[in-house]
Design a protein around this ligand. Structure first.
Ligand code: AMP
Length: 527
């Protein structure tokens, strides 16, 4: 017998519709890649997103069509998201930091019909457009004055100007596709994760819980995590739902730029990858300044080093929540909120609502949740992928419907997850596993280290041994022995790196994580 409640499909337009009706004058602030600050509010975003939908419809975009964005976080990008998704088309976010040939491959695979791009991304567009025949029109997220003459593009501002803002959003099934994001693809071709309205809706609600992102309508949210990195971790849905002021920082995410925006806008909450928090911390230490309004940050995407969390919490009084997730999970899987500022959240935390997890051994048998036994981490939930776009015939779930995250982890009796490594990064030494993440975290606490990475190198007796690679802080010099002495007592004896190598820069991938594939190629196998 069906319940007797109203029909209210969980479609994403409702987030912005809600913000317009109940938080209409709450501010949305953007910093353009070129530096200028613009201000508007949720009412403006809603109106302009509808005008954009109108332009899309007039162009002939229909449900299921893919519309790509190649842009950093801005109000125009947010309008584009809602304008695309509102009419049932699919918003395909492209990461401008990917190599051009990979971007072209992804656009072709997705068969995107339109592409919206920042003016900053014009050089990338020029490289990929000749290889992307499906693209019918380029819309530059800019006004007429920023339009390069030779691109054949239309300026977003001219495209939406004077258009009707009355088009209807929603009115389709909640399992309709809404967003498309390709995973970084460290092996093989990139794989498209196709989010639905329902999955993003439920994920967005889950993120708003007190122990997850936990911000409220009184908060000022700085969305550092890019909108092209797995749904901006749900911020573009959660902020309008809560009625929080939203600050969109564009491409400049160095410590000085982030700090300036935090101070001028009164930011209380932010989320991003550890390298951004590392950069901000180095700025604070160098300039002897402190954030005056920031209360909480969420760090995710790769393991947050203990020293980083401790310094933010103990020295600056800023709570650090440690989150774990992946593109296939929309993306948040777990969050660890520390009980107090003296206790950093070292582990990755508990599953958020709508996510279930388990550990198995190589044969798929259960591994005990005792905080010690390592296993393959498998997940299922309302916002977890069941197949990849245009590869629907490939089964990516096990017999019980679980998705293998590719991570190795432990779970303790209390349900706290600890990520040991990516399965392909874990170091197998003499039949035992060594966590590269743990050694990296210990080494990153050395006062002279800017970044630390650990990779396995072949070893005649043990199979593999850890090699520590360090990028020193500017102007610092250190010996290998200094680092080995520092690690003494901080990690198990048999985890001690075979060698320490210093490099000018540790390569970062397109989402700001250490690129171990490139590091291995540079360090072990230099051409
Ligand atoms: P992506 O889909 O590009 O966001 O990458 C997801 C992967 O990033 C996960 O499977 C993990 O290997 C890694 N990851 C994300 N968050 C964390 C974290 N807090 N600690 C360790 N690894 C993480």
């Amino acid at each position: 017998m069906p319940g007797l409640m109203q029909d209210w499909p969980l479609t994403l337009d409702r987030f912005l519709e809600h913000a317009r009706r109940w938080h209409g004058d709450r501010e949305v602030v953007s910093r353009a890649n070129e530096g200028a600050i613009t201000r508007c509010n949720y009412t403006d975003i809603h109106r302009r997103a509808k005008q954009f939908s109108h332009a899309l419809l007039e162009h002939g975009i229909v449900r299921e069509d893919r519309v790509a964005t190649l842009a950093f976080n801005s109000a125009r990008h947010l309008e584009a998201w809602y304008g695309i998704m509102g009419i049932g088309a699919v918003c395909h976010t492209l990461n401008p930091r990917l190599p051009a040939e990979q971007l072209a491959w992804i656009v072709n695979h997705a068969a995107d019909r339109l592409i919206l791009a920042d003016a900053l991304c014009v050089p990338i567009l020029k490289q990929i457009l000749p290889r992307c025949p499906s693209i019918e029109r380029v819309v530059l997220l800019a006004d007429e004055s920023q339009l390069p003459p030779d691109l054949g593009a239309v300026a977003y501002e001219s495209w939406i100007a004077g258009r009707d803002s009355g088009c209807v959003w929603g009115d389709f099934a909640e399992d309709t596709a809404a967003g498309l994001c390709y995973t970084s693809g460290t092996t093989g071709d990139p794989k498209g994760v196709l989010y639905s309205h329902r999955s993003n809706y439920l994920h967005g609600l889950s993120t708003l819980m007190p122990d997850v992102l936990g911000f409220s309508g009184r908060d000022v949210v700085l969305a550092i995590v890019p909108m092209f990195h797995a749904n901006a971790w749900g911020l573009a849905f959660a902020a309008p739902a809560a009625g929080a002021k939203l600050v969109l920082p564009g491409a400049r995410l160095d410590g000085a730029s982030v700090f300036e925006l935090m101070e001028t806008e009164g930011v209380t909450f932010s989320a991003g990858v550890p390298t951004v928090w590392q950069g901000l911390l180095q700025f604070l230490e160098r300039e002897h300044v402190r954030p005056t309004t920031l209360k909480r940050i969420v760090s995710g995407g790769s393991a947050a080093p203990e020293a980083l969390m401790r310094t933010y919490q103990e020295k600056y009084g800023i709570e650090v929540r440690h989150g774990w997730g992946m593109t296939e999970m929309s993306p948040i899987g777990t969050v660890n909120s520390p009980p107090d500022l003296a206790t950093p959240a070292l582990e990755q935390g508990r599953a958020i609502f709508n996510v279930d997890m388990k550990l198995t051994d190589d044969g798929g048998h259960p591994v005990p949740h005792d905080g010690k036994s390592f296993g393959h981490l498998k997940v299922r939930g309302a916002a977890v992928a069941r197949a990849y776009f245009r590869r629907e015939s490939e089964n990516i779930l096990d017999a019980g419907g679980w998705f293998d995250t590719g991570d190795i982890a432990t779970l303790d009796e209390g349900g706290i997850l600890r990520i040991t490594d990516r399965a392909k990064d874990v170091i197998k030494s003499g039949g035992e596993w060594i966590s590269s993440i743990d050694i990296e975290n210990a080494a990153a606490a050395h006062p002279k280290a800017a970044l630390a990475a650990v990779i396995g190198v072949p070893h005649a007796k043990w199979g593999e041994r850890p090699l520590l690679i360090v990028q020193l802080k500017p102007g610092a010099s250190a010996s290998a022995q200094e680092f080995l002495d520092f690690l003494e007592g901080r990690i198990a004896r048999w985890w001690m790196p075979e060698a320490v190598q210093f490099v000018d820069t540790i390569p970062l991938g397109a989402t700001g994580k250490i690129d171990k594939k490139r590091l291995r190629a540079d360090v072990i196998d230099p051409a």
